[in-house]
Structure formats: C-alpha cells, structure tokens
Write a protein that binds this ligand. Structure first.
Ligand SMILES: [Zn+2]
Length: 461
C-alpha cells in the first residue's frame, strides 16, 4: 500500500472542484504538502499514513480564502478612541477620524502584532490564505516585513501590499511604491516565503495618475496582481468627477489601468456603465459585506456582477475575520437591499469564499479546491450540533446558515497543521495574548495623547 503523510478519512468532503463534487464518505490523502488523492470509500484500503484523521461527523472543505483584509484594522476593536472622537457621519469622516488616525499612529511592532492576531483569528476560523493591505504611513520602509513576520510565525499564507496613498504629500506615494517593490523582490526570490508581495494602492481619490500608472507597470513587470479600493464611498466618485471630469472606472480605463490582474475592492457606487467596463477588462472584485454595513456606505451590485459572469471573492476589510459570518452576511444582504429572496445561493457564497476568491487573487491553480495536485490547504469542521441532517444534499446550506468559526476543528496549510483539536499549535496563545494586550494598550494611549490630524491635504490636480 502506498504511503502518505496524512489521511483524512470517513469525512463529508466539499471539493469545490469544477464539478462541485461533494463526497458523502470520502478521504483526502496528503503527501509532501500536496493533495495526492481524493475519493469515496475507506482510504485505509489504499493508503498507509503517518497520521490518520478520522472524526465523527466531520466536514472537509478547501482552506477558505479571504480576498481582502487589513490586519491592522483589528486593533480598533473596542478601542477607547471611539469615545474620544465625534462620531463620523459619512465615509470620508470615517477615514479621517478613525482609519487615518489609527494608521498614522502605527509602529512596526503594532503591525507585527496585528498580523499575529489576524493570522490566529483566520486560522481558528478556517481561513488559510488572504490578501492584506497595510497603511502605516509614518513607518513605511520595511513595514511589510512585520506583516510577514506575524503571518509566518502562525503558519498561514497570503499576499501583502502597502496601501499606497498621496493624501498627505505627493512623495509618500512613491515611498509606498518603493516599499511594495522591495517586498515583491524579496519574497518572490524566496520560494519558502509564506507571504508574497503584491502591488496595492489605497483608492483613486488619494493618488495621482502617475502613481496609478507606475503601479500597473510594476505589477506587469513582476507578474503580480494589483489591488485598490474602488468606489467604496461617494467621495471617490465626487473627487474623480471634480478633478478629472469622469467617474473612477472611466478614469482608470482611460489611463490603461484596468486588466484581469486588477482586484477592485468594494465597487459599491459603480454604475451600470462602469460595471460593463469592469466586465470588459475582466477585473476581479473583493466583496466585504460586513464592512459595507458597519461603514454605512451602501451595498455593491454583486448579483449583477455575478450575472455578468464576473469573479467575486469574499473579503472582510479588516472587520470580522470569521469567514462564516462574512459568508452569512453576503448571503443575506443582497436579498434585503434588492427585496428579492432569490438572490445569492449557498453554493455561490461558498464558491466566493473558496475557489472564486482564489481566482480573484490569481492562485486558483494552487489552492481553493480539494483536487489532486493542489496544495494541501484544508479546513476540517466538526460541528458540535446540527439540528437537521448534515449530508451531501445539505452541506452548502449548513456552511452558510448554521456553521461558525468555532466549528473549525483544524486547518492544514500546505500539509502542515496550524490549528488542530480547535487549538492553534504553532504559537503559544497565552503568551501572544499577554504580549498583544500590552502593545495594543500602548497604541491606544498614543492615539489618545497624540494630536492626530483629521485634515486631509488634498492633492493638487
Ligand atoms: Zn479595505
């Protein structure tokens, strides 16, 4: 009998392969970090394994993929800062009073701690791959190394980019681009890097055409995806119309910025015409339903995008890291806002958190489904209780309607355990919690004692 490293046996397997096969009692065999076999029946009749994983009522899915996050955003949860500021009344004030106040206060240590915490939250709730945007404009140089350090200690994988902006000065845009290029060169040269650099920008209303064009050129040169927030709030639309006489998507098209490797984050305010332009250029979308809700910016036309055959992945925008909460919100919000309960199926939502998110990030040849030859990024769920039968007919409905992150029993990243028996095994969780508490308290003190500028120095056209 053939030898493998891990044999997951007697499980309900949600493959997300092109046929979307769900195997009621099946096995997954893992060797050297790759999936070497997937099938139905007893895997023990074919394989001898170093380790057998055979759990009662387990569901095996691909490791979930997060199309967009900001680890540093986690540092805001429960922050006393909210008690200091006047509550923002729109998206622009939200950025100025909350996000930009936070990111101007960040140190490299804060960045490291946020990546550590974010990776732990992801691993505990089933997400194994992500794309992160860091905005830390006072410590730009080498900042992405601290994202990499936190993620690598936990053992996840993903993409990281510095969120290039020129909201304070034109030159800081080029410093951000230099940091991205430095990190891309460093990580792409090293096959062992768990975090790979990608080119990212904040939004079209905080950067000039030069910076957009330069970013696109570099992404082409290094063959990476590139990502930017697009029409999250109305400020993006107003700014582009005022300064350039056109809407954001039209401006991006006219300077040759759009391509299939561009990941547009949000797209809340896009018009039908802009949607067609995005579709024509095969632009990918990261959808962050819960972030859109908490920011009160509106809801993007995701069902229309899906109807056009566009690729949409689910992200969390640095708000709630549990993919099940984000899937559930994605499932529900489009029904509400369009007053149409037919919109969004459980299967589509699971696709958007696995294979479609992998497509949006350009990594679907390696992860996003359980198929022979793919890397063994696998999530194993063991729900403590399901009130209706859990089988091949019902599993998508359960994943979207009843499961949550606490049902995750373990995750494998390239065949290595990161969580197992519902515990993170790569880092000492108590030590991380104690350390992070100190760092985050210091950050909050600095925010409150510092005179953080709310003012935006608008770009000259
Ligand atoms: Zn974001």
């Amino acid at each position: 009998m053939e030898k493998v490293d891990i044999l997951i046996n007697n499980a309900l397997i949600v493959t997300m392969n092109p046929r979307r096969d769900v195997i009621p009692r099946g096995f997954v065999a893992v060797r050297d970090g790759k999936i070497v076999d997937v099938g139905s029946g007893d895997g023990r009749s074919k394989y001898v394994a170093e380790e057998y994983v055979e759990l009662r009522r387990s569901v095996v899915t691909p490791g979930f993929v997060c199309a967009h996050t900001h680890f540093y955003g986690l540092l805001l949860t429960g922050s006393p800062w909210f008690g200091v500021i006047e509550a923002p009344s729109d998206f622009q004030q939200n950025l100025q009073r909350i996000w930009w106040a936070l990111d101007e206060t960040l140190t490299h240590e804060d960045v490291y701690v946020s990546a550590l915490l974010g990776s732990i939250l992801f691993a505990r709730t089933g997400t194994t791959f992500f794309k992160d945007l860091l905005d830390a404009p006072n410590v730009t140089q080498n900042s992405l190394d601290y994202v990499e350090k936190g993620v690598t200690e936990v053992g996840l994988r993903g993409f990281a980019g510095f969120s290039v902006t020129q909201r304070r000065s034109l030159s800081e845009g080029y410093e951000g681009i230099a940091e991205n290029e430095r990190f891309v060169r460093k990580t792409h040269a090293n096959p062992e890097s768990k975090v790979k650099g990608v080119f990212t920008l904040h939004a079209s209303f905080t950067v000039t055409d030069d910076v957009l064009i330069k970013t696109k050129e570099l992404a082409d040169k290094y063959g990476t995806i590139y990502a930017m927030h697009l029409e999250e709030g109305l400020i993006d639309v107003y700014h582009n119309i005022e300064r350039y006489g056109k809407r954001p998507v039209e401006r991006l098209r006219d300077i040759g910025f759009l391509s299939p490797r561009f990941l547009a984050i949000h797209g809340v305010q896009v018009t039908e015409d802009e949607l067609m332009i995005l579709k024509q250029h095969d632009v990918k979308i990261a959808h962050n339903a819960m972030s859109n809700m908490i920011n009160g910016v509106g809801v993007p036309p995701i069902p229309k995008m899906l109807g056009l055959g566009m690729t949409v992945g689910i992200g969390n925008d640095g708000y709630v890291m549990d993919v099940f909460e984000n899937m559930r919100s994605t499932y529900l919000v489009h029904k509400v806002v369009n007053k149409d309960p037919r919109l969004m199926s459980p299967l589509k939502v699971v696709e958007m958190a696995t294979i479609d998110a992998a497509k949006a990030l350009g990594v679907h040849d390696k992860i996003g489904s359980i198929e022979v030859g793919k890397e063994a990024d696998i999530t194993i769920l063991v729900p403590e209780f399901t009130h209706t039968p859990l089988d091949e007919r019902t599993v998508y409905g359960h994943l979207v309607n009843t499961f949550n992150g606490k049902d995750v029993w373990g995750v494998l990243v390239r065949g290595s355990w990161v969580t197992k028996e519902r515990r993170v095994i790569t880092v000492d969780l108590d030590r991380v919690i104690d350390y992070a508490e100190k760092v985050v308290n210091r950050l909050w003190d600095r925010m409150i004692s510092m005179e953080v500028k709310y003012k935006v120095e608008w770009l000259k056209p």
